[in-house]
Write a protein that binds this ligand. Structure first.
Ligand code: AMP
Length: 540
């Protein structure tokens, strides 16, 4: 028989994160831009008290352990209180993506069986559109005070401040099983209905601890962290938990995600670390370039969600003196699964090569294992050039989708749908999504590599590449470009630029200049929309 260790068996719980933050860093601040009014400041100790008032208020509604509570909200302080008050009291925090189509939003609220939904006043029109389709929701509560709570025709709306006000700030967090569900997030659902991922307390705690590590985001009580990544999508990469574990000041941008507003907030609150998707950083850098601005305190940014172009990494590093930590993860991985880093033996590499390394998605963080497989499921070599489907496993990777009968795993690994290479020393590079990869004359073309090469052109603001049906080659790449304001670009100029950077046969057959690209709820270009619009241009 195994000889067991004689250690305490204490559960890893979301409520324990809050209690730790309040006890050890009670005066640390959460600063948030609210939908109404000036910046709002609150301490960890106050958040703990208000989360307990919320827990008492929810208990009074008669919700049972495991009942689901929805949120449709920006990154703000009341949303943080929901994260802790809901999960801490044994209920499930279902964060809903407000940028989903209303039909999909109603679908996920019904599928999750939300009984209460908290929302920011911005989303009142959305509540009007979906309320009559969400029969299980008994309470719609606006994350606001009485004065700023909108009327919604035909829906009874309460306001958050009045909802929690009468209740005690004393609440004994239940000692839950750490494997019980704490938070629920649905995948973006580019095909079919969104699928729910139910994160356990254990998965969230381990993933949040990992986010603090030096090779991940280096979060400590010396840092001020601005998560632009939405709290409605993959728990804002667990940063609202990680910052409370580490005692870092948390700055939340609310609804204002444009470059000017983010820059102003970063400077005013002395932000040192931020995290977001590349499209957000493009807006921020465009603002800095236009007004010739530099960051006084920001020195590190975590980026992921889609590939970070090398040109932007170089700009952050060389011009703005900000280190880029480029990571990869998905709804199914709770938060960050891999992160790029420069190790000691790479410190004296030429800068260009270091940027190449950071442009890859990096090494898996402890707790996550990676491999790539071929179509038959055979493991492929880690040689940096063989491509295969990326498979992951680990302590905070999904096993079953919410309410699904069948496992999501194949032989114990989760198939990600991403095509990747892994180098002998473990550096993973995403080459494409299985459905985005372009197969031309039987050979693969990486849409990500083509987009990265295009974005390096100084007149290009955004670029997207899709595979389009072709009578001879099966598929050929089509390139869509949003030029920078007041910059002109010719098709031939782009083709020549790319011909110097990628294999000749990769150069797209057509370049279309557009004013904007469709960007989805999580900041990714909606390639499905582009495929619908342009999918037959080579066969018409
Ligand atoms: P979601 O579950 O909506 O967050 O989408 C996850 C997907 O986003 C992954 O499967 C990847 O296809 C993509 N993704 C996330 N991070 C990156 C990255 N750093 N580079 C390229 N693709 C990424």
């Amino acid at each position: 028989m195994a000889l067991y260790g004689k250690m305490m068996d204490r559960p890893l719980l979301v409520s324990a994160i809050l209690e730790h933050g309040a006890d050890q860093f009670g005066q640390q601040e959460i600063v948030s831009r609210e939908t109404h009014g000036p910046l709002h400041r609150i301490t960890f100790a106050e958040v703990a008290q208000r989360s307990k008032k919320l827990a008492n208020a929810l208990a009074k509604l008669g919700l049972k352990p495991g009942s689901v509570v929805g949120s449709i909200a920006w990154n703000n302080a009341r949303h943080v209180e929901l994260y802790y008050g809901v999960s801490g009291s044994g209920l499930v925090m279902h964060t809903c993506n407000p940028r989903l189509h209303p039909e999909q939003l109603a679908y996920i609220i019904n599928h999750a069986e939300d009984e209460v939904v908290f929302f920011d006043s911005t989303f009142a029109p959305l509540i009007k559109a979906i309320a009559s389709h969400c029969s299980k929701v008994k309470h719609w509560i606006c994350l606001s005070d009485q004065a700023n709570t909108p009327q919604v025709d035909g829906v009874v709306i309460q306001n958050y401040e009045d909802f929690i006000a009468p209740h005690s700030a004393v609440f004994a967090w239940p000692e839950l099983d750490e494997k019980s569900g704490a938070a629920l997030c649905y995948t973006s659902g580019t095909t079919g209905n969104p699928k729910g991922v139910l994160y356990s307390h254990r998965a969230i705690t381990l993933s949040a601890l990992s986010a603090c590590l030096p090779n991940v985001l280096t979060i400590s009580s010396q840092e001020t962290v601005l998560p632009v990544v939405p709290m409605f999508h993959i728990n804002a990469w667990c940063l609202p938990y990680a910052c409370v574990i580490a005692g870092a000041k948390l700055v939340l941008p609310g609804p204002k995600l444009d470059g000017a507003s983010l820059y102003e907030l970063m400077e005013a609150e002395k932000v040192t670390i931020s995290a977001g998707v590349p499209t957000i950083w493009m807006g921020l850098i465009a603002h800095c370039e236009q007004h010739n601005l530099r960051f006084s305190t920001m020195r590190r940014t975590g980026v992921g969600g889609s590939a970070m172009p090398k040109a932007l990494i170089a700009k952050f590093n060389d011009v703005y003196k900000v280190d880029v930590h480029h990571g990869w993860g998905m709804t199914e991985t709770t938060a960050i699964a891999t992160m790029s880093n420069i190790s000691n033996h790479e410190m004296d590499w030429p800068v260009e090569e270091q940027h190449n390394l950071v442009a890859k998605q990096g090494k898996s963080v402890f707790g996550v294992e990676l491999k790539i497989v071929d179509e038959e499921g055979n493991t492929l070599p880690r040689d940096g050039s063989t491509q295969g489907e990326l498979m992951v496993r680990g302590q905070w990777i999904v096993e079953h989708y919410h309410k699904a009968e069948k496992t999501a795993l194949v032989n114990g690994w989760f198939p990600t749908g991403d095509i990747a290479t892994i180098s002998p020393d473990g550096v993973m590079q995403i080459r494409d999504r299985t459905k985005d990869v372009i197969k031309s004359g039987g050979e693969w073309i990486s849409s990500i590599d083509l987009e990265n090469a295009t974005i390096a052109h100084p007149h290009v603001a955004m670029a997207a590449v899709i595979g389009v049906k072709h009578p001879k080659w099966d598929e050929r790449p089509l390139l869509l470009i949003v030029p920078k304001p007041e910059k002109s670009l010719e098709k031939q100029e782009v083709m020549d630029f790319l011909a110097e950077r990628v294999a000749k046969w990769w150069v797209p057959d057509e370049v279309i200049f557009v004013e904007s690209l469709p960007v989805g709820g999580t900041g990714k270009v909606q390639k499905n929309d582009l495929r619908v619009k342009y999918g037959s241009i080579f066969t018409e």
